[in-house]
Structure formats: C-alpha cells, structure tokens
Design a protein around this ligand. Structure first.
Ligand code: DX5
Ligand code: ZN
Length: 221
C-alpha cells in the first residue's frame, strides 16, 4: 500500500522579490502545502516574515499555508497568523510553555495545530500532547536557516513518533520532516514514515524547481 505524501516547499528559499511567481511555480510542480518559516530573532538567530506576508500569500494561492512558528511565546501571535490565513500553525515544544493551551487556542481558531521538535529534544516532550495535534514536525536541522545538512537521527525519530501516535490512538496525525531534504534523500525520509516533506534549498536551489518537485513526488510513490 502506498501512503500519500504531501510536498511542502519552503518559501524561505524562494525569491522574496517575486514570491507570487515562485508560488505559481510550486502550484505547477504539484505542491500540497506551502511551508512558511516564521522566525523572530529570539527563539532562533534569524528574522524572516510575519502575518502581513502570510496574508499576501493567501491572496495569491489556494494552497494551504503551513506556518512553522520558530518564535518565543507563540500564544502572542497565533491569532494574527490564523486571521492572516494560516491553515496549519505549528509551534515549537521548546518555546511553548503551556503547550496544551496553545494547541487548544490554535484549534479554536479553526486552524490545524502542530507541534515541532528540535533535533536534540527528547520525543518524550510531546507524549502527552499527541492525542491533540494534527501534525508532528521533526526538525532534521537546527532551526534558523535554510541550506543546512540533514541530521540522520530523523529516520529513527520518525519511526518512533509513528509508534507513539499509534499508541496514543491518533492515526490521522501527520508527521512532517523539515531541513536538509533533497532529491537524494527524500525517498529514505518518506520510507521512514514521514507524510509531509519540507524542502527549501532542495527545491529552489535547483535549476528547475518545478521539475524537482515533480521528481520528489515520483520518488515517494
Ligand atoms: C529551517 C526551516 C526550514 C528551512 C528548510 O529553520 O524551518 O523550513 O527552510 O530549508 P532547507 O530545505 O534548505 O534545509
Ligand atoms: Zn520550517
């Protein structure tokens, strides 16, 4: 049986002066989600984009916007991202002090809640929240920048999260992997049980991003 794969190109590596063009190219390549990396210069050492850009993206695409909040105290901004048009909001377990409340807040706004973990964070940190989330995002690089090297513990971690989700009775939760995924390793990531593939430089850093995205889907089916 083949499992459905969702391709979520990360706009962090897109051309910020021509975002709508790159969005169109990702639509053409068959993207399922657009991955939007939000960084605050505090939780991670980089600053990217905020709700106004999400709102602008929403006006040019029907694709679900998968907003990955790499920010401290995410409760402060969840509502703004929901209003801007996020379909998914994922917060870091390392940044959300009252994670259960944050997840409930996201859901109450009609948005799919997700929880993200840095590569060195113990999976036990999400055990209690698994019944309540729609996505678990496993970082395969330290968050903050595109173009870093893939950390292979992702394979083992994805398999373990799948077992934990089964034990928690949450069979519909998606597992997303983010960081260092390219044509060369995408199949192995998918085979470890990952449902949602994020790729930034692995798509936009190639000569033909549309074709690269199509190739990624072929490799995962
Ligand atoms: C990293 C971001 C990623 C990043 C991935 O902090 O969360 O989504 O854009 O970029 P690549 O695919 O280049 O590693
Ligand atoms: Zn991301």
């Amino acid at each position: 049986m083949t499992r459905r794969v969702y391709l979520a190109p990360s706009l962090l590596s897109a051309n910020f002066t021509r975002l709508a063009d790159d969005v169109r190219r990702m639509e053409e390549g068959g993207a399922d989600f657009l991955h939007v990396d939000v960084m605050d210069g505090h939780f991670v050492p980089n600053i990217t984009i905020g709700p106004p850009v999400v709102q602008a993206l929403k006006s040019v695409t029907e694709l679900p916007l998968d907003c990955h909040l790499m920010i401290s105290d995410p409760d402060r901004y969840v509502e703004a991202f929901a209003e801007a048009g996020a379909a998914w909001i994922t917060v870091h377990v390392e940044a959300a002090i009252h994670l259960h409340r944050t997840v409930q807040l996201i859901r109450s706004l009609g948005v799919h809640p997700g929880v993200a973990l840095n590569p060195a964070t113990s999976l036990s940190a999400i055990e209690e929240i698994l019944p309540d989330v729609d996505m678990v995002l496993l970082m395969s690089v330290e968050p903050g920048f595109g173009g870093q090297s893939f950390i292979p513990s992702l394979f083992r971690r994805a398999r373990t999260v799948r077992r934990m989700l089964d034990d928690a009775g949450n069979g519909t939760c998606l597992i997303e992997a983010d960081g260092g995924i390219k044509l060369e390793n995408v199949r192995e990531v998918y085979e470890a049980g990952v449902d949602v593939i994020v790729s930034g430089s692995g798509v936009f850093g190639t000569p033909d991003p549309v074709n690269t995205l199509r190739r990624m889907r072929e490799l995962c089916s």
